[in-house]
Design a protein around this ligand. Structure first.
Ligand code: HEC
Length: 292
């Protein structure tokens, strides 16, 4: 063998006298006997690799510039129903932090020590697993550790995801992106144009200097429908912008005193807050002016 380092070997076959049977680690072996079959790593091979990398990089850059990544929906700080979730590849870490010995007073254990050991040992693998053996069943320690990690990560990810799904059904939440997709499909199958998310929220506030606007801020309405009249669509609270297109002043007064759908009667609460009947009438009048 031309590159045999084993000095105990009796017969050393060397095809070419220019290739020494014992090559020093520091000098390049002479591969000139195999023209076209091999080449030196530095600089020839590295340069080729580099060229390919540059082409791939330029390709990615072009894609990034032409097909901009879609942005998510704007964050809504008033949406109390939102369940924050990490990306799928971090679900296992997220799940880990739900266990009593990895959270609360042990949170350093869950956030620093366990991930530290996991990722730290990954870096140490080349130094610890130095055996020449490549078959996985001949490397029981490494293989077992890897299998255990895979099983643990899969288990934690699945548990985390099912828990999230249960939470959604229990609290009756449909995540915003799915809700919007459903609305879009519903509109499509009904032959309507895709609903614009800005349809109601985009309508401007009419007569913002009306006395009714001041009353609105003091009334109960503001806690749910918001100071900007945008509501919390994700929680089923409609925007009141453009509400005048749907309900007139009388209807809105009726909604205030009797409630509507999931919204309870608001009349008594507002009287308790110090508003008068006349205030509520003005409020309803102002809301009825909210036409898009
Ligand atoms: C506890 C939260 C809450 C409060 C407070 C509240 N609303 Fe509502 N409002 C809702 C919800 C939820 C709905 C949707 C009801 C449904 O359709 O099931 C709604 C619907 C409405 C609608 C009908 C909107 C439409 O598109 O048909 C009007 C009008 C309205 N509210 C006005 C008011 C006014 C005026 C006040 C203050 C006096 C008020 N709301 C206070 C939660 C609230």
């Amino acid at each position: 063998m031309a590159h045999g380092h084993d000095s105990d070997e009796k017969i050393v076959y060397v095809g070419d006298s220019r290739i020494r049977s014992k090559t020093s680690r520091l000098t390049q072996p002479d591969y000139s006997a195999f023209p076209g079959k091999s080449e030196v790593f530095i600089p020839n091979f590295l340069l080729k690799e580099w060229m390919v990398a540059v082409v791939a990089m330029v390709g990615i850059l072009v894609l990034v510039m032409t097909e901009a990544a879609p942005l998510g929906y704007p964050a809504d700080p008033t949406n109390t129903q939102f369940i924050p979730m990490p990306d799928w590849y971090f679900l296992f870490m997220y799940q880990l932090l739900k266990y009593p010995y990895a959270s609360d007073q042990f949170v350093v254990f869950g956030t620093v020590i366990v991930p530290g050991i996991l990722f730290g040992s990954l870096m140490l693998v080349p130094f610890l697993d130095t055996g020449k053996e490549r078959r996985f069943y001949r490397r029981p320690i490494t293989s077992t550790l890897m299998m255990l990690s895979l099983v643990a990560i899969t288990y934690l990810t699945v548990v985390s995801w099912t828990h999230y799904q249960h939470e959604l059904t229990e609290k009756n939440i449909i995540p915003e992106h799915i809700k919007r997709e459903e609305e879009m499909h519903a509109a499509k199958s009904a032959g309507l144009p895709a609903p614009s998310t800005k349809k109601t929220a985009g309508a401007a506030i009419v007569a913002a200097d009306d006395p009714g606007a001041e009353i609105y801020k003091k009334a109960t309405c503001v806690t749910c429908h918001g100071a900007e009249l945008k509501g919390i669509p994700a929680s089923g609270i409609p925007a009141l912008r453009g509400v005048g297109d749907k309900h007139n002043q009388e209807a809105i007064l009726g909604i205030i005193s009797k409630g509507i759908g999931n919204m309870g009667p608001q009349h008594d609460d507002n009287i308790k807050k110090g508003l008068t009947e006349a205030d509520l009438t003005k409020l309803a009048e102002w809301l009825s002016k909210q036409k898009s």
